[in-house]
Write a protein that binds this ligand. Sequence first.
Ligand code: ADP
Ligand code: MG
Ligand code: ZN
Length: 718
Amino acid sequence: MMNQARSILKEYFGYDHFRKGQEDIIQHLLNGENVVGIMPTGGGKSICYQVPAMLFPGLTVVISPLISLMKDQVDALTEVGIPATFINSTLHHEEVQERVYDIKNGHYKLLYIAPERLEADYFMDILKEVTISFIAVDEAHCISQWGHDFRPSYAKIGYMINKLSETPLVAALTATATPKVHEDICHLLHIPWENTVKTGFSRENLSFSIIKGQDKGKFLESFLKKNKDESGIIYAATRQEVEKLYDRLSKKGYSVSKYHGGMSDLQREAEQQAFIKDDVSIMIATNAFGMGIDKSNIRYVIHYQLPKNMEGYYQEAGRAGRDGLPSKCILLYSAQDIRIQRFLIDQTINDPDKQKQDIDKLQSMINFCHTEDCLQEYILHYFGEEHTEKCGQCSNCTDERSVINVTVDAQKVLSCMIRMGERFGKTMIAQVLTGSKNKKLIDFHLDRIKTYGLMKERSAKEISDFIEFLISEQYIDVSSGSMPILKVSNRGKEVLLGKETVERKEQVVTVKVSENNALFEYLRSIRKQLAEAENVPPFVVFSDQTLRSISLTMPVTHEEFREIKGIGDHKLQKYGDIMIEHIIKFKTNQHELSIGEDSNTAELDTNREKRVKKSVENSHLLTLDLWKSGLTIKEIAKERELNVQTVENHLLRCGEEELIVDWSTFLKPEEQAMISDAIQKVGSDKLKPIKEELPDEISYFMIKVAIMLEKRKQKILH
Ligand code: ADP
Ligand code: MG
Ligand code: ZN
């Protein structure tokens, strides 16, 4: 049976192997045992019931709490050739009738329903008439009051199982592993505790970073500029902040959508769809966004503000990289944001015990931002995993920034605070240090203290940022009143006494989350077109992972195409020919299709299709500009995301058009003479035979340059 399961995995889903947890879960089911599977988000829980569903007779019912997810899941199954459907409140009565009819006739292998359906007796009666051999309970933590998304209707599942004419197998799947939730699941769904399959919670493809002591807005923009074509989520703590960021980024021309509790359902749905379908690349949202989002090609999740606890944080950050490709989770820390979370706790929670609990959780979140140990390990320890290893890729594991000693500056700030009586906020302290003539300052006689104007060579903004850094490193405490007042902390006092030095790391530079080649970019636009034609999200057609493999291996036969991870028989049939056609077109015509865009000056244009189609007649001129500015070929290739050969071809073309006259950096006169000899000897301009005549140091590019120069000379002579 396990072999059959593997061939289904290959044939339909295009994967060669089960992941460890998947195999164990499926083995239990094949043995006829109920099972609980606990795996992190992105761990691959769906396969655990979708593959067995194909092996068991009759219908598999999947209970899923999220209506928005059902359609995507069913679309994804249909795309791989598995007959599946859903019934929920979004359908008209007639549609439901039709689907019920088809279910009774054995049309489908999987049926997705929301738990609320089980409350309706007529629906239960329908299920009684159908052979149901297997029930999969997705997001099974919803069954427990101890979970974070309790859904009372989930309690009906046990009742339903008893009502069916034959007792089905049950699998429960969740990413929540607390013992109480686990117990409830086993108890309410009649699953023996020992039939639990639990995999580790680490997500190897995610790299976590904390950015602190740095201007958040600047960091964000520099990051987005480098990653504007990738999908990502930016989480903010409040609706106001979401709106603010949305306005700022959309004015700057970024392709953004927004999502928060203050918007109408309709508006939210529209924004979410635009994001899922890759019509826009950036989603700015409060934590209201994300439940039921299975979008697999999210390349980064940025927390623009401190989240309220680690549970929420890991769930949100975990939405990055479901497809297994490397993805970034970045938290922008500023001590001020602690106050926002404290305020929210104070305002919304009355029960003192609950308040205390939430404050403790917030403290763990803050500690996460200050730890110097591996961030991934901190997360795993928080969730109760004991045996862990350093991840080697988080901002603490990889920190290579140089350290600057700023003790003297810190002493200036701290002693100024003391002299001001520790009664003021950041702005006033900065003004005193710069020697401002602000009226309020004069009224308080602050211009008479010794530290007035002590740092007048700096701007108020610079000092403000520096104070922010001292807060984040806990040299300064912030009181939590309506007006934040700064006080020197115990740690700060040590600095004033000269017992502690203050070190500041240089700023973190932003990076591209994903290096895509030109073929990937091209195929991404093709994927978008195919998805639009099918009315499904692009990642349902191919995941980024699959698209990436295609762009690297460039398959041109059905056999080669079938080898790609994520391509099953159905996708091969459906998309094989058209993709192969585009790959060949690209290969033979790469020059024409390479995307011409200068990342510094081009407008932020997310309409990729337009861009790909846009004639790239002048692409070589952009390359020329960069070359003239002193970049090497390799650097140009990196900057423009082209491969080295394309850049070389651009330069050659510039040579033909006599835009570059002096080639001495590439070709010395004696080398040119040597190549000319070889050309004479071989008697043609076939590259390979010429190359074979010459020493290894002479590259193809040098030969091409020599030939180009030769031709130009001929042209001038005639
Ligand atoms: P979960 O429900 O646990 O969050 P999903 O079922 O949505 O995770 O799967 C996450 C991703 O992993 C999907 O893109 C899926 O195609 C991929 N995946 C699942 N199983 C495998 C496998 N055995 N090999 C490769 N990719 C897999
Ligand atoms: Mg899932
Ligand atoms: Zn690490």
